[in-house]
Design a protein around this ligand. Structure first.
Ligand code: HXC
Length: 514
């Protein structure tokens, strides 16, 4: 028995070395960690239970029958993060460049299938040269098997992709289907075709980093939700993100302890909104004051910054926040903001995470660029996402709520549960100047002093509409509140909403305007 135990340990030791010491050093020289080092940082100490260490590829062409690395370029198994279970796979670039063979894919599929049965999140650490070229179509089939699992798992368990090296060609579509993508600056990249193909087809000269690096995907394409300077930071933030989620769609996020006794009104809120409604302010100031420990975990921080999305806790309850940002494009809704917001709302709804909306929106962005690129179609996504969401939904209108954007941003009419307005709120079909110029066009033109007439009509309009009282008279706003009481009100609302049950009509699935 002793010999057998030693033999087993020897085999495992060899497997843990992946492609060998030289390849590990080359990985380190690129500033990258190995597949196993990454797992150690990601999961709770000594919690990782590896499976399929002995799996070997079955290929024989191109000399592969003589090249075997047990585990076949991917480390898979189960572990814990903050004491809660997860399934994971971590591609090992030291073995055939982490490329995906038939058996490599089978290993990933196995943990994904198990994660679905267990109802636990899946985390994929991607570092791969793509389909294993020597295996041809078998490898493509392996990718499709994974894409199918990603799709079936969507909305059942949270799926997180951490791209820590190359992720190119069709391989990008696995992370793309998952809920969140993390990338690392200067060492990870994602593209459908690389710089060489781009040059041949479009004659553009572009570097790997500019085409598909972390910065590009965090700012231009919106493909990456989170980017970090190094792998350690990225992995630690995966842990942090997971803390806001339940294990699966039937589960609820865990509450944290909160000291209600010492919660006091927050007077700083009164100083944030400028007297002049055309002046911007930073909505993140409001968010940071509202959330527990000023701890806001922003999603898509550098993409479509006119809308803010992210996770936090309020009164210990995990919530998703979606807020207009008056500091960027006056907080207007455009195509990118609508798509960013819609995807976030749908994630929260899928996983029982209550939604808080902080609203200061002047409307949708006008212009040919927006119209021709489909603001109608894309804006509808946000409307659809809010309307179909059945999780607790609370809105606070801090200032402007104009036009269609008023309806879209979780209004009462599309099942907002509690809709509050600050005393600074202005709820109307459009902003005062635009409105007056249209409805009093003739009077103003006919007047001896058009400018004075405009001013007069403007003050009449402001007195009548630029406030929250008309909406509150109709019951479209449940209460008009003083900013200082916002946190207390919100905690009470989310606590009350703990027992909320709502549903949508029976159907196969809806048809969100994609
Ligand atoms: C087999 C591969 C491989 C692959 C890399 N390797 N990619 N082996 N299949 N796809 C091997 C290399 O031969 C090398 O082996 C080792 O991994 C490390 O690769 P290097 O090239 O030395 O590393 P580096 O210089 O860092 O370059 C990394 C790379 C490059 C940019 C990823 O290897 C590369 O361009 N690979 C090919 C990428 C590609 O075209 N893949 C197919 C995409 S299509 P040795 O033994 O020399 O160390 C695709 C379709 C998916 O993936 C479709 C899904 C629907």
């Amino acid at each position: 028995m002793k010999n057998k135990i030693e033999e087993l340990e020897k085999k495992k030791e060899k497997t843990r070395l992946g492609g060998g010491q030289e390849k590990i050093e080359s990985q380190h020289a690129k500033g990258k960690l190995t597949a196993r080092e990454r797992i150690e940082i990601l999961v709770d100490e000594k919690s990782f239970e590896e499976i399929d260490m002995f799996v070997k590829h079955r290929a024989t062409d191109f000399g592969l029958s003589k090249q075997h690395y047990p585990g076949d370029g991917v480390v898979t198994g189960f572990a814990k993060i903050d004491g809660r279970p997860i399934a994971l796979f971590s591609q090992d670039f030291t073995v055939f460049g982490g490329s995906l063979s038939e058996t490599h894919a089978e290993k990933i599929v196995k943990v994904m299938d198990m994660a679905l049965k267990l109802g636990i999140p899946v985390i994929g650490l991607n570092d791969s040269g793509g389909a294993r070229i020597q295996e041809g179509v078998v490898s493509l089939g392996g990718y499709a098997d994974i894409f199918l699992r990603n799709t079936l798992a969507s909305g059942v368990v949270p799926q997180i992709s951490v791209v820590l090296g190359p992720c190119a060609g069709g391989a990008v579509y696995s992370p793309a289907i998952t809920d969140f993508i993390f990338m690392v600056k200067n060492s990870s990249y994602m593209f459908v075709t690389g710089p060489n193909v781009v040059k041949t087809v479009t004659h553009e000269e572009v570097s790997f980093e500019d085409l598909g690096g972390a910065e590009t995907h965090a700012t231009k394409s919106g493909v990456a939700h989170f980017i970090y300077d190094n792998e350690v930071e990225a992995l630690l933030n995966v842990r942090r993100l997971l803390g806001y989620f339940p294990l699966n769609f039937k589960d609820k996020p865990e509450d944290k302890l909160f000291d209600f006794e010492n919660l006091k009104p927050e007077l700083k809120f009164d100083e944030i909104i400028p007297d002049n409604p055309n002046k911007p302010y930073d909505m993140k100031q409001i968010i940071n004051l509202l959330v527990d420990n000023n701890d806001f975990f922003e999603v898509h921080a550098n993409y479509a910054e006119n809308i803010i999305t992210g996770f936090a806790r309020i009164g210990g309850i995990s919530i998703g926040i979606i807020a207009n940002q008056p500091e960027v494009l006056a907080g207007v809704l455009d195509i990118n903001a609508s798509v960013k917001g819609a995807r976030f709302v749908r994630f929260c709804d899928a996983f029982n995470i209550p939604i808080l909306v902080l609203e200061d929106v002047p409307g949708f962005l006008p212009g040919t660029e927006q119209e021709w690129n489909g603001i109608i179609r894309h804006g509808a996504k946000l409307l659809y996402a809010f309307a179909e969401a059945t999780v607790p939904k609370v809105t606070v209108i801090t200032r402007k709520a104009y036009g269609g954007a008023y309806d879209v941003m979780n209004s009462k009419h599309i099942r907002g549960d509690f809709n509050f307005a600050w005393i600074s709120a202005e709820i109307a079909v459009m902003g005062p100047k635009g409105a007056v110029e249209i409805i009093f066009k003739k009077e103003i033109a006919a007047s001896d002093d058009p400018e004075k007439e405009l001013e007069k009509k403007l003050s009449e309009y402001i007195a009548k509409f630029a406030n929250p009282y008309i909406a509150a008279e109709r019951g479209f706003i449940d209460d008009i509140i003083e900013p200082k009481d916002t946190k207390i009100k919100l905690i009470q609302a989310f606590k009350l909403l703990k027992t909320k049950v709502d549903s949508n009509p029976r159907k196969k699935h809806g048809n969100i305007p994609l």
